[in-house]
Write a protein that binds this ligand. Structure first.
Ligand SMILES: O=P(O)(O)OC[C@H]1O[C@@H](O)[C@H](O)[C@@H](O)[C@@H]1O
Length: 308
């Protein structure tokens, strides 16, 4: 679900174009394979909606409506230089407040790191009949030793986002981060996240107490958990099942604040998202050595696309 003002920009797009929304430069595609919007602030995917499926299997499911995008964006984003809440923010080079996890002078910035607020450059758009591939890099250096870049691929079957980190410095660096995906859901209290049963997790709402997930996760109230899991979870909101495949990630974060919503999120809109994040956190930090690279990736697809 995206704000009406963003939907209007999309309706005015045939093919691809640049525009401005909420003070940010955005890039839009409205193509035969589907729709994609990326904000150049943070290299943040704001919207993805694949073209409706055709063929016999498609008939069994309701046709998507204009509101059926897979990602959610708040209708009232905070002004610049704040980050947009929604889509897939890139948390880099640390997740949450892990800037306190060591004493490096590089770790004195904002929650979830500076990347999501920074300006990124769209360096290449590789367009082909079946979809598109975008390459983005930050306009300014964000870390003394680490250099990130983002690759976004979209087609009629999946959205793939990759955050690549290259170590160009001299000493090992601890890296955490997240693809902080805000999924659009019919009602957060009717969501199930499958694939975490039996996984160990840290409960941030209870002082990071360690627990084990009993059965599949049904979302009923506030939750903020870091699961130790490298499995692809499936998010089922009752109308759609999305598979969240991951690369280079042994943590899955599930977050929703229930009624304690942030200031930039109206109550009605706040019922319609759930964050399921592909992450590297305090339980699986990456120690990058000089010359090495790390890829944090996620691939979103309809669960039916994937053989069981
Ligand atoms: O409001 P922000 O900075 O985008 O963070 C949102 C949430 O992000 C989640 O990833 C964290 O686990 C939460 O603790 C945090 O509140």
């Amino acid at each position: 679900m995206i704000p009406a003002s963003l939907r209007e920009q999309l309706e005015a797009t045939r093919g691809q174009r640049h525009a401005v929304w909420a003070g940010r430069d955005i890039w839009l595609a409205n193509e035969a394979w589907g729709e994609l919007i990326v904000s150049l602030q943070g290299a943040q995917v704001l919207h993805y909606l694949p073209a409706p499926e055709t063929g016999p299997a498609a008939g069994a499911r309701p046709a998507p409506t204009a509101d059926d995008g897979w990602l959610w964006v708040t209708p009232t984003p905070q002004p610049l230089p704040g980050a947009i809440r929604g889509g897939i923010p890139l948390c880099w080079p640390w997740f949450a407040d892990e800037r306190f996890a060591d004493e490096s002078p590089e770790r004195n910035g904002p929650l979830h790191g500076p990347a999501r607020k920074a300006d990124w450059r769209l360096e290449a758009v590789d367009e082909h009949e079946e979809g598109v591939e975008l390459h983005l890099s930050p306009s300014e250096r964000l870390h003394g030793q680490l250099v990130p870049r983002a690759v976004i691929q979209a087609n009629a079957r999946r959205l793939h986002v990759e955050l690549v980190t290259e170590h160009t410095g001299e000493t090992p660096v601890k890296l955490t981060g997240a693809l902080h995906t805000y999924f659009s859901v019919a009602d957060v209290h009717a969501c199930r996240v499958e694939g975490l049963a039996g996984a160990r997790y840290l409960d941030k709402l209870d002082g990071f107490a360690e627990r084990v997930q009993q059965g599949e996760l049904g979302v009923r109230g506030a939750l903020d958990r870091i699961y130790a899991s490298n499995q692809a979870p499936v998010l089922d909101d009752g109308r759609r099942r999305l598979r969240i495949a991951k690369q280079g990630s042994d943590s899955t974060v599930v977050w929703h604040p229930d009624t304690a919503l942030p200031d930039d999120t109206p109550a009605e809109a706040g019922r319609h998202f759930l964050c399921v994040e592909t992450a590297c956190t305090r339980i699986d930090p990456v120690w990058l050595v000089p010359g090495a690279q790390h890829v944090l990736g996620t691939t979103l697809s309809r669960d039916e696309d994937t053989p069981s």
